[in-house]
Design a protein around this ligand. Sequence first.
Ligand code: UTP
Length: 277
Amino acid sequence: MIQKCLFPAAGYGTRFLPATKATPKEMLPILTKPLIQYGVEEAVDAGIHTMAIVTGRGKRAIEDHFDISYELEHQIKGGEKENLLKEIRSLISGCTFSYTRQVEMKGLGDAILTGETLIGKEPFAVLLADDLCSHEGDSVLKQMIEVYEKYQCSIVAIEEIESHETHKYGIVAGNLVDETDDTYRVTDMIEKPDPKNAPSTMAIIGRYILTPDIFDILRKTTPGKGGEIQITDALLEQAKQGKVIAYKFKGKRFDCGSIDGFVAATNYFYTNIKKEK
Ligand code: UTP
């Protein structure tokens, strides 16, 4: 069983400056909900109720979001606006949230290692809130947990990208294991390769299930691409032992860390809400 979800949320979000100067990127809203709330909802859909969030300086708004705001609650109590807080209230009462701070932003791998204290020695999910996923059936994380239950090793969610975009992603190579569930046994993975060096066009998105041995591997992982400690490099160590499965998820993903992806997500969710009304 996967019981905890780790949210690395300490990055600077420089692509969204100046908006992210004093506001965490994870708090940028798609319509009325911040990105991280969509992430927590996805984890809950997957049956997870323990949220472990890696933050950093200037990220206090995330903690405040998942807490009661007494003055505000008092102000709108009994009014029709109270309904707007229904979803967030149910997350606050149904989940626990714990936090730790990454002191130096040394990369996603380092952020995950910082989260070890909140996770312990059990397999866990990792969700990057700026990769917003929408789904018709099961959420992406729920789909991945099913894959984990079958293979009992680390799982990365992947999607096919255009070949000129490989420099933005971790790219995997692998052998098809099962056509019916779109799974590949990973044989190689490279962080942000140039198209000419990319082993495929299968890109890792911000959803992982990791086995806890990843922490020991991360401790030994030296800075890679961009001088950062890369989760892709640590996962490659597991892949060499045949212990990483890549899964082509069902659903739609928006890279909300980029302006184009953020606008596309906003339009998509807005159109869907209009259709529902
Ligand atoms: P990004 O690569 O999107 O970096 O991180 P970023 O700093 O958030 O954004 P840009 O590129 O400057 O615009 C991917 C994920 O890893 C987390 C980020 O918060 C994001 O969820 N991260 C990254 C950390 O938690 N710590 C780090 O040191 C780096």
